[in-house]
Design a protein. Structure first.
Ligand SMILES: Nc1ncnc2c1ncn2[C@@H]1O[C@H](COP(=O)(O)OP(=O)(O)O)[C@@H](O)[C@H]1O
Ligand SMILES: [Mg+2]
Length: 321
């Protein structure tokens, strides 16, 4: 039998209660992360990303649903062996140096002195902090703190690494550095799960991406799948024929603010639309392909009310909004 996947999330719901109100932070999330993959969970602030990671690590219990970490309940200590975690906005005590912090966390993780003597300099080298290793953390920049956090998360040579907003507040150079460390880590066979509200991070680092909106996954796929060019066009008419146009096979036309958005199954359908518009006396002022980078997909999904769920909503106890 093949080993279980590093991470399986099965219909996870998480609700929080505040006074008599309930807040649905996760509303039926399911996903599977395969071995060796870098998986990105992308979503705006408040979407439920941190909540999901905490459930994945067994730090909080879901209201409903289940998580399997290498086939085990994450609350089980054995399930969390060799699982790395970089929490969102973590803080090290400022009096530590890079070396002493790693030593402290390494001991907490139960690593032997001999292992730490070898591992700490290796990791400091990997994250580019060798020359600042004996400086107090209080003097580190945000980027250096994040890189040290990454080193701490890698101490136990994890085969699954969870990162919650690893590059938030880090400058572009620091981001690139973190990205390079993650790539190197993935190449060594570690499975990576990244939470981010930063599209560019996920786009550049991850093999597969899920977009989380208000506690629900609204899209999932490889970056390539999510951004595959579709025949979508912005259409502006200087002179419009009678509206609505007769339905054309393979064409969907939607009126937007002052222009139209056309989605065509293929080039023939698109040209048939142009013919029809012209035949009816329409005068085309603009026909431009719509960008389909991940940002476009992301923004469209987050702004399109129909694309998703009612969301991380506040409702009165007991009833579904
Ligand atoms: N312990 C908690 N108690 C009450 N509400 C919470 C708690 N943790 C998170 N939330 C709420 O759940 C929603 C999702 O939060 P979070 O998972 O932190 O989002 P993200 O990490 O995507 O920014 C937010 O509305 C947040 O306020
Ligand atoms: Mg968060």
């Amino acid at each position: 039998m093949s080993p279980p996947p590093p991470l399986e999330v099965l219909d996870v719901h998480q609700e929080f209660r505040r006074l008599r109100q309930r807040l649905v932070a996760l509303d039926g999330v399911s996903l599977t992360v395969d071995r060796g993959e870098a998986y990105g969970l992308l979503g705006p602030n408040g979407a439920g990303k941190t909540t999901l990671v905490k459930v994945c690590l067994g730090l909080s219990r879901p209201t409903r649903g289940q998580v399997l970490l290498r086939g085990l309940d994450p609350a089980h200590p054995r399930a969390r062996l060799r699982v790395g975690y970089l929490p969102e906005g973590h803080r090290f005590p400022a009096y530590h140096t890079g070396v002493s912090a790693l030593h402290f966390f390494g001991r907490l993780a139960g690593l032997e002195e001999a292992t730490l003597r070898r591992r700490i300099p290796e990791l400091l080298e990997l994250v580019g902090l060798s020359d600042r290793a004996r400086d107090r953390i209080g003097r580190y920049s945000k980027g250096m703190t994040q890189r040290l956090g990454l080193a701490a998360a890698l101490l136990d040579d994890p085969d699954i690494l969870f990162l919650d907003e690893p590059t938030d507040g880090v400058d572009p150079l620091g981001r690139r550095h973190i990205r390079e460390v993650l790539l190197a880590t993935q190449e060594r066979g570690t499975t990576i799960f990244i939470n981010s509200h930063l599209l560019s991070e996920v786009e550049r680092t991850c093999d597969r991406v899920a977009i989380l909106k208000s506690g629900r996954i609204v899209r999932e796929g490889s970056v390539e799948e999510l951004t595959r060019p579709t025949l979508r066009f912005r259409l502006r008419l200087a002179h419009a024929p009678a509206w609505p146009l007769p339905a054309l096979p393979g064409v969907e036309l939607a009126a937007r603010n002052g222009h139209f958005e056309a989605a065509a199954a293929d080039l023939e359908s698109l040209n048939a639309l142009v013919d029809e518009l012209r035949r009816q006396g329409g005068l085309i002022a603009e026909l431009a392909p719509l960008g389909s980078d991940l940002e476009e997909v992301f923004v469209t999904l987050l702004t399109d009310e129909n694309a998703a769920a009612p969301g991380a909503r506040v409702g009165t106890s007991g009833e579904r909004p």
